[in-house]
Design a protein around this ligand. Structure first.
Ligand code: HEC
Length: 166
């Protein structure tokens, strides 16, 4: 037997094409399904579902700096630096990044709830964790956010809604 006889075996016979194509198609279909799921996650509007994950001891945690003017001022600076790029300078939200002057953040969520969210983030939905930030700084930001009040109160740059004259 010499090299010529070995080479006579056709290449296709050694690597059956059918056996390779089926898994490739399955991978393609899986990739399409994953893209679809990712799209759904990206499109999902903030629905406050994170609130249901907050343990009771966090829910009832009080902000040690609540209402302190110096803390609020510090929180404003931190907010502009860390949070504004997503939630907007005015905290009114941007696209899929929700307003922090909503009824949910201003009234429904306690300061403890927000503290829990900053600690844990909501990575699946694009909210980062801030556990590396010192706790007093997180409480300052929360004091600032809560000091803004609901959007309807006095949205910066927006005229308050006019009452219809009777
Ligand atoms: C990279 C963008 C990004 C940054 C930076 C960011 N957030 Fe968020 N945040 C999000 C997204 C996206 C959500 C919505 C999560 C969801 O769908 O529940 C969110 C949700 C929240 C919520 C809950 C809002 C609600 O209506 O349920 C609070 C409170 C919040 N962020 C506060 C902050 C604070 C305070 C900072 C700064 C320390 C900050 N975020 C920085 C993207 C961001």
């Amino acid at each position: 037997m010499n090299a010529t006889t070995v080479n006579r075996v056709p290449r296709q016979a050694r690597i059956p094409g059918g056996a390779r194509r089926a898994p490739a198609r399955r991978v393609e279909r899986l990739r399409a399904a994953l893209c679809f799921v990712a799209l759904l996650i990206c499109m999902a509007a903030a629905d406050g579902s994170w609130l249901r994950s907050v343990p009771p001891d966090y829910h009832s945690k009080a902000n040690p700096l609540a209402g302190q003017p110096a803390a609020i001022a510090g929180g404003e600076v931190l907010f502009a630096d860390r949070c504004a790029k997503c939630h907007g300078k005015d905290a009114l939200g941007r696209g899929k990044r929700p307003s922090l002057r909503s009824e949910r953040v201003q009234s429904q969520a306690t300061e403890g709830d927000i503290f829990w969210l900053l600690k844990n983030g909501n990575l699946r939905r694009g909210m980062p964790t801030w556990s590396a930030m010192p706790e007093p700084s997180r409480w300052q930001i929360i004091a600032y956010v809560k000091s803004l009040g609901p959007e309807s109160a006095s949205a910066p740059g927006k005229k308050p809604r006019q009452e219809k004259s009777k």
